[in-house]
Design a protein around this ligand. Structure first.
Ligand code: G1P
Length: 275
């Protein structure tokens, strides 16, 4: 039903300079796997097989990552090192990848709109790969939880998490009416509010399910905070005209766009998956 997942991945990753000077931030490895691959695996686990990646200049290594490397594969063929490629081979066998380039950086809303030709007229998911999300205790990934909700409610859904009030200025923040203890119908949302203007401490994290009417709304959305076209502003319009839900997901999320979050994710994943 939801088949496509959009990955806005054109950003500069300035917080990780100099590492990201010639390498996309989405290719930074948490232990031995790039962030973008964690995202693609989460999408696959939610039943999505069509990965649509919005890239930019200097991001070609992402395309190469999800392609065959003949020389390398020839070199290690038949050796025990082949096992290290099993995960990525499964992804390549089960998913398709399409790419488009964002020429100018005009915000997340603009990046999502740039992906329209890859998505078309159907509901789709969005993953911001620098928010690394890991499954809940029962093993359900965050996107899989959201796809399940979409089947029930059929409207746009954003994932939210409670954050300390002093951090709300880093996020889109929602206000809503509680429908269930973990679902809110959004009545207001503000992008990167000052602490005193924040409508709550429920912050949007980088997982969305969007209905395709969002594209027409984005075309009409004027630049907001930071002079950028904000998906938060477009979603507020959608919420006012119809319904947008906020879902308090189960599982763990690491802000790998910050050095501290990235180190936490690395330590956590090393202990959980490799030790
Ligand atoms: C974007 C969104 C913001 C959201 C955040 C989640 O901000 O604009 O609403 O809370 O992602 O990571 P960015 O982190 O790109 O500044």
């Amino acid at each position: 039903m939801i088949r496509k997942c959009l990955f806005p991945a054109a950003g500069y990753g300035t917080r990780f300079l100099p590492a990201t000077k010639s390498m996309p931030k989405e290719m930074l490895p948490v232990v031995n796997k790039p962030l973008i691959q964690y995202g693609v695996e989460e999408a696959m686990e939610a039943g999505l097989t069509n990965m649509a990646i919005v890239t930019g200049r200097g991001k070609r290594s992402m395309e190469d990552h999800f392609d065959v490397s003949y020389e390398l594969e020839h070199q290690i063929e038949g050796s025990d090192k082949e096992q290290y490629l099993e995960g990525i081979r499964t992804i390549m066998d089960s998913c398709s990848f399409s790419y488009t380039r964002q020429i100018e950086m005009k915000g997340l809303g603009h990046a999502i709109l740039t992906g329209e030709p890859l998505i078309g007229d159907e509901a789709f998911a969005v993953i911001l790969a620098d928010d690394l999300c890991l499954a809940d205790e029962a093993g359900n990934g965050v996107l899989a939880q959201m796809v399940k909700l979409y089947k029930q409610f059929r409207c746009s859904i954003v994932a939210v998490e409670e954050v300390p009030m002093e951090d709300v200025h880093k996020y889109g923040v929602i206000k809503g009416e509680m429908i269930r203890d973990d679902i809110f119908q959004i009545t207001n949302m503000v992008e990167k509010p000052a602490t005193e203007d924040a409508p709550s401490n429920l912050a949007i994290i980088g997982r969305y399910i969007l209905t395709p009417d969002i594209f027409d709304i984005l075309k009409e959305t004027t630049p907001g905070v930071g002079g950028e076209i904000q998906i938060t502003d477009a979603l507020l319009k959608q919420a006012k005209e119809g319904c947008v839900l906020a879902y308090k997901f189960k599982g763990k999320r690491f802000d790998c766009g910050s050095i501290g979050g990235f180190i936490d994710a690395t330590n956590y994943c090393y202990k959980k998956f490799y030790k």
